[in-house]
Design a binder for this molecule. Structure first.
Ligand code: ADP
Ligand code: MG
Length: 249
C-alpha cells in the first residue's frame, strides 16, 4: 500500500528505466518537500529530462516508485497524473500562437478542456478573475488581448507557466525554463518561481548557475542516471565530485 508521508510531496525511490539495456535513470531516489524548489543539474545526457518523463508518465519506468501525496504515479496514465496535480512544462514553449494571452489561459482553465469546450463556455466572472490573477503573476497583465505570436520568447515561456498554474498543480516541473531568455527575463523568472513555491513545489532542470542560486531550495546533481551530490547550492558547488564532472567544464 502507498502511504502519504506529509513531510514530502514527492518521494522517488529506486527509479530506474532501461532503454535496450542502457539505464538512463539508475536506481534514483530523492524526496521533495512542500514549498520546495528542487533544481536538478548535471551534464548533457545525465538523465534529467528522462526523470521528468518518468514522473509525468510519458516514459514507463522499468522499476522503482514515485509516490505523490500517497499515490503511486508509476501505475497511472499521463492524464491521470495531470489530474492528480502534477504539471509539466517541456523545453520548447507550446502556446497557441493565433490566440490571445487571455484565450490561451482560458483554454487551460480546468473547466474548459478541449478547444470547443473552452471557446464556447461562458466567460463568467470567477474565470475572468482567475485569468487576470494568473496574468499578473506571469507579468502579462498588459498583454491579455495580444496574440501569443507577438510575445517575446521569454513571455511565451511565462504564458506556458501560467497555463499550468491556472490548473493549480501541487507539483510543477519545468525543463530549462530560462533557456534563450535575456538576463532581465531570467531575473523575473526567478522572482516568479520564488512566488509560486509559496503555494506548491517545483522541480526545475537548469544549467544557468546564477539562476539556480536565485531559486533553489536544494540541488540534486545527476550523473549517469544517479545522484552524484545533493544539498544546498553552496554544498554541491563545493563538492569536488561535482566540480570534476560538471562545474569544472
Ligand atoms: P539530459 O536531459 O540530462 O540531457 P536525457 O534524459 O534527455 O538527458 O537523456 C539521458 C540519456 O538517455 C541519453 O543518453 C539519451 O540518449 C537517452 N534516452 C533518453 N530517452 C530515450 C529513449 N526514449 N530511448 C532511448 N534512449 C533515450
Ligand atoms: Mg534534457
Amino acid at each position: 500500500m502507498t502511504v502519504h508521508n506529509p513531510n514530502f510531496v514527492l518521494m522517488v525511490e529506486g527509479l530506474t528505466v532501461s532503454f535496450d539495456g542502457f539505464k538512463a535513470v539508475n536506481d534514483l531516489s530523492f524526496y521533495v518537500e512542500p514549498n520546495e524548489c528542487r533544481v536538478i543539474i548535471g551534464p548533457n545526457g545525465a538523465g534529467k529530462t528522462t526523470v521528468l518523463d518518468l514522473i509525468c508518465g510519458r516514459t514507463k519506468a522499468t522499476s522503482g516508485s514515485v509516490n505523490f501525496k500517497g499515490q503511486e504515479l508509476l501505475s497511472m496514465r499521463e492524464d491521470q497524473i495531470v489530474h492528480a496535480g502534477v504539471g509539466r512544462k517541456f523545453q520548447t514553449p507550446s502556446v497557441y500562437e493565433d490566440l490571445t494571452v487571455f484565450e490561451n489561459l482560458e483554454l487551460s482553465y480546468p473547466k474548459g478542456h478541449g478547444v470547443f469546450g473552452a471557446l464556447t463556455f461562458r466567460r463568467d466572472d470567477p474565470v475572468k478573475a482567475r485569468i487576470k490573477e494568473i496574468a499578473e503573476t506571469i507579468f502579462l497583465d498588459d498583454q491579455l488581448d495580444e496574440k501569443a505570436a507577438y510575445l517575446s520568447h521569454g513571455q511565451k515561456q511565462w504564458l506556458e507557466i501560467g497555463m499550468l498554474l491556472i490548473q493549480d498543480p501541487e507539483l510543477l516541473m519545468l525543463d530549462e525554463p530560462v533557456a534563450g531568455m535575456s538576463v532581465a527575463e531570467r531575473k523575473k523568472t526567478a522572482e516568479l518561481l520564488n512566488r509560486i513555491i509559496q503555494d506548491r513545489s517545483v522541480i526545475v532542470i537548469e544549467h544557468d548557475m546564477g539562476f539556480v542560486e536565485d531559486i533553489a531550495t536544494r540541488v540534486t546533481v545527476l550523473h549517469q542516471g544517479k545522484t552524484l551530490s545533493e544539498g544546498s547550492m553552496e554544498r554541491v558547488q563545493n563538492d569536488p565530485k561535482v566540480v570534476e564532472v560538471y562545474l569544472g567544464h
